[in-house]
Design a binder for this molecule. Structure first.
Ligand code: PLP
Length: 351
């Protein structure tokens, strides 16, 4: 792979914005270089544009060099930047594997970049020959979501490996739910495949969707491109501090993940016997895709009870299904009670 041939020419040519904090990196007593308010309140200074302390800690936890880490305002920022770095509007395209996360399409639409969809097979695994057949020199990005949203399954490592090996562009593996899976992260493949980008996030297992922090792991050459096009201070000071706090001790995250996995198991056991539940798809994420008799009626019934789930009936290969996030033990108990009541309501109607 020749990275420079994949990057948009204007991105290769451009000179990135040079901020005050990126021009002077040393220690000093008096900073009069950035037009900040000088009166200290803990937040009057611009944050570190490259988030060095935070990346150092992430690098230790993920066993990857810090120069292979990019941090974004959510992984959604990383998705958006990938499209803007690699895809020339009206000329290049991205490949997605529906049913999958909606932001790949949205970012491409905003950029005016075509999306080619290669549906997953009925077992929700990629159709590898069809993907490779559809690819050409204008196929700049392939988005693989594993575990996949909204189906919940892992994408088989062998499929990821074959796609990384043969796809002519960048292969993005979105691992938003990887902490809930027993499959190893695709970051292990980074030394082997220079065209691989792995996305993770603080929004799910880490319990910090509110701070907006996403991670991208790739070769340092690709990370340099992210840094070239990102907004200078894309990760604010409060987010950097909160994330560093959370990363000091990762056991709280591990405990939450364990609880969610146990609850996922219990939820499956409780929902399986309900007569209107037709199928619960195997999940390696913190949600269940459940095919039911009447998803619209179930959705409305639960809304009445103050419980909101996601109706996925209109999504390819998910006909008749709803997506249910695993909640706290009390929330799941309330959900099971409400779904049991729905079951009684439905059966009393049909007699
Ligand atoms: C939730 C989710 C994300 C997270 O996006 P953030 O911007 O980091 O909150 C990314 N990818 C998928 C597939 C998701 O479901």
């Amino acid at each position: 792979m020749n990275l420079n041939q994949l990057v948009r020419p204007n991105i290769l040519r451009m000179v990135p914005y040079s901020s005050a904090r990126s021009e002077f990196k040393g220690q000093a007593d008096i900073f009069l270089d950035a037009n900040e308010n000088p009166f200290e309140n803990g937040l009057n200074r611009y944050p570190d544009p490259l988030q060095k302390a935070l990346k150092q800690r992430i690098s230790e936890i993920k066993h990857l060099p810090a120069d292979q880490v990019f941090l974004g305002n959510g992984s959604d920022e990383a998705i958006d930047l990938l499209v803007r770095i690699f895809c020339e509007p009206g000329q290049d395209h991205i490949l997605t594997l529906p049913p999958t996360y909606g932001m790949y399409q949205v970012s491409a639409d905003i950029a005016g970049v075509e999306v080619r969809e290669i549906p997953l097979l009925p077992d929700f695994q990629p159709n590898v020959p069809a993907v490779l057949q559809a690819a050409d020199i204008h196929s700049k990005l392939l988005f693989i979501c594993s575990p996949n949203n909204p189906t919940g399954n892992d994408i088989r490592p062998e499929a990821i490996r074959r796609l990384a090996q043969h796809f002519p562009g960048i292969v993005v593996v979105d691992e938003a739910y990887i902490d809930f899976s027993d499959q190893p992260s695709a970051t292990a493949l980074l030394p082997e495949f220079p065209n691989l980008v792995v996305l993770q996030t603080f929004s799910k297992a880490w319990g910090m969707a509110g701070i907006r922090l996403g991670m991208a792991f790739a070769t340092s050459a690709i990370i340099d491109l992210f840094n070239k096009v990102k907004a200078p201070y894309n990760i604010n000071q409060l987010t950097q501090e909160k994330a560093l706090d959370a990363l000091r001790d990762t056991s709280a995250k591990d405990t939450m993940v364990q609880t969610i996995l146990e609850e996922r198991k219990q939820l499956i056991a409780a929902l399986q016997p309900l007569p209107f539940v037709q199928h619960i798809f195997p999940s390696h994420a913190n949600f269940l895709l459940v095919r039911v008799q009447d998803p619209h009626a179930l959705y409305r019934f639960l809304v009445e009870r103050g419980i909101i789930i996601r109706n996925r009936h209109n999504v390819l290969l998910c006909e008749g299904s709803v997506r249910i996030t695993v909640g706290t033990p009390a929330e799941n108990q309330a959900l099971v009670q409400a779904m049991t009541d729905f079951s009684s309501a439905v059966s009393s109607l049909s007699v």
